[in-house]
Design a protein around this ligand. Structure first.
Ligand SMILES: Nc1ccn([C@@H]2O[C@H](COP(=O)(O)OP(=O)(O)OP(=O)(O)O)[C@@H](O)[C@H]2O)c(=O)n1
Length: 406
């Protein structure tokens, strides 16, 4: 058994254990033997008892006051205060998204499962708690896709509820961060591509990711290089290949949208996409800003878009261009992501990992390690300094191995 119940038993005095229930996703995770990052409780403790256990009160919500406690060992614990615990609980559970997320458990391990969540959990099935589940909160559609990306199954009745109406208008009223949070969780899932494929299949979420919806109609490139055909299939393929190598959502995100610049190609130029690496730079930034993603996403995607092709033309690059590419990648913190994406973009291509790693190592060297002292740089016009540093790096590369190709 995992430690959630043990943690709670230790945190609360024994006399209060009968007035505490574990609820929602925490119960699901407990039954699956996984530790939850956040623990959700329903309690009928009074303010004094909660304060004594280190909780503080948050802004009141509709169902009952919420108390919160953060602990370095336990993570965050949220407790909804329900004076009439069992009665209010039934209402709370019925208002949740899926039956697997609508169970409660006493600290003695007794399961409270009015909606049959246990059976659904055994079958990894996402049955909605009520036919109104998606109308009550349309964001749950993306939660369903996110769970599917982790291997859960959406039964036909739940699917039918998604298909039964157009969600664009109600979704436009929700804060975009809620979508982004689910998307980032999906990117860390076992089959991240499923989340995005489902968005297209159900035609839901176009307002959040118009770029994704544009991809199927755009050729990825000349057919001899891109037998997969369209840009969406190519993006999914690259995402899958990168996902085999890393669980990092940022790397996977960069994989999916590395060719975002191709969305700006004039159809008359299809199937070629000259200059897409540069147009992608700005499109990447606007996508990340629209979704209010952390700034690391904006920087990483913009530079992945701009630089990914260079790695696959590595053999043609001058030493100085190769080192500049590595410098830019290091600055954008994609020294590890970029080669993964480039290699997945052109498997079996000419790109050489060891040479990239060498270039990154030299690009990361400080001026001191390159034998340049500050006095020398200070004596130089500011515009000359980067050139001088790059020149020194090229010398090191050539001293070490006669050039980037060794
Ligand atoms: N739109 C939502 C969001 C959440 N919940 C309920 O609130 C719980 C907690 O949600 P959240 O903190 O987002 O995490 P989980 O869904 O548990 O998923 P994970 O732990 O994987 O983040 C869920 O289990 C579910 O019961 C819901 O009914 N509808």
């Amino acid at each position: 058994m995992n430690t959630t119940i043990a943690i709670l038993k230790e945190l609360f005095p024994a006399a209060s254990h009968g007035r505490i229930l574990l609820v929602g996703g925490s119960v699901r995770d407990h039954l699956l033997g996984r530790a939850s990052s956040d623990i959700d409780l329903a309690v009928s403790l009074d303010a004094t008892e909660l304060t004594a256990c280190g909780f503080r009160k948050l802004e009141p919500r509709s169902i009952g006051p919420i108390w919160f406690r953060h602990d370095q060992t336990f993570g965050s614990i949220e407790a909804t205060q329900l004076p009439d615990l069992r009665t209010a609980l039934a209402e709370d559970l019925a208002r949740r998204d899926f039956t697997v997320n609508a169970m409660a458990m006493t600290l003695d391990g007794e399961l409270i499962d009015p909606l049959g969540g246990r059976l659904d959990l055994e079958q990894r099935r996402l049955t909605v708690c009520s036919p109104r589940s998606f109308s009550d909160d349309p964001l749950r559609i993306f939660r369903a896709f996110r769970f599917e990306a982790d291997g859960w199954l959406l039964p036909p009745e739940s699917e039918a509820l998604i298909r039964e109406r157009d969600w664009q208008q109600p979704l436009s009223l929700l804060p975009v961060e809620r979508f982004s949070r689910e998307m980032l969780k999906a990117l860390g899932a076992t089959q991240p591509e499923r989340f995005f494929a489902r968005m297209l299949q159900f035609n839901v979420g176009r307002g959040y990711l118009p770029e994704l919806f544009a991809m199927p109609a755009i050729p990825a490139g000349p057919l001899q290089h891109h037998p997969e055909g369209d840009l969406f299939s190519h993006a999914i393929l690259v995402l899958q290949r990168v996902a085999e190598r890393t669980c990092d959502p940022l790397a996977r995100f960069c994989a999916l949208f590395h060719d975002i610049g191709k969305l700006d190609t004039a159809p008359a130029n299809y199937p070629r996409h000259h200059g897409h690496e540069d147009t992608g730079f700005d499109l990447a930034r606007s996508l990340c800003e629209r979704l209010r993603l952390p700034s690391a996403y904006r920087t990483a995607l913009a530079w992945t878009s701009r630089l990914h092709g260079l790695l696959n033309r590595w053999g043609e690059l001058r030493d100085s261009t190769a080192l500049k590419t590595a410098q830019q990648a290091v600055k954008a913190r994609i020294g590890e992501i970029l080669p993964l994406v480039s290699a997945a973009d052109k498997p079996g291509g000419p790109f050489a990992w060891q040479e990239w790693e060498r270039a990154v190592r030299i690009a990361t060297m400080t001026t001191v390690a390159m034998g340049i002292d500050d006095a020398r740089l200070k004596g130089m016009a500011p515009g000359k300094r980067p050139d001088f540093i790059l020149q020194r790096r090229v010398e090191i590369l050539r001293d070490e191995c006669g050039g980037k190709t060794g």
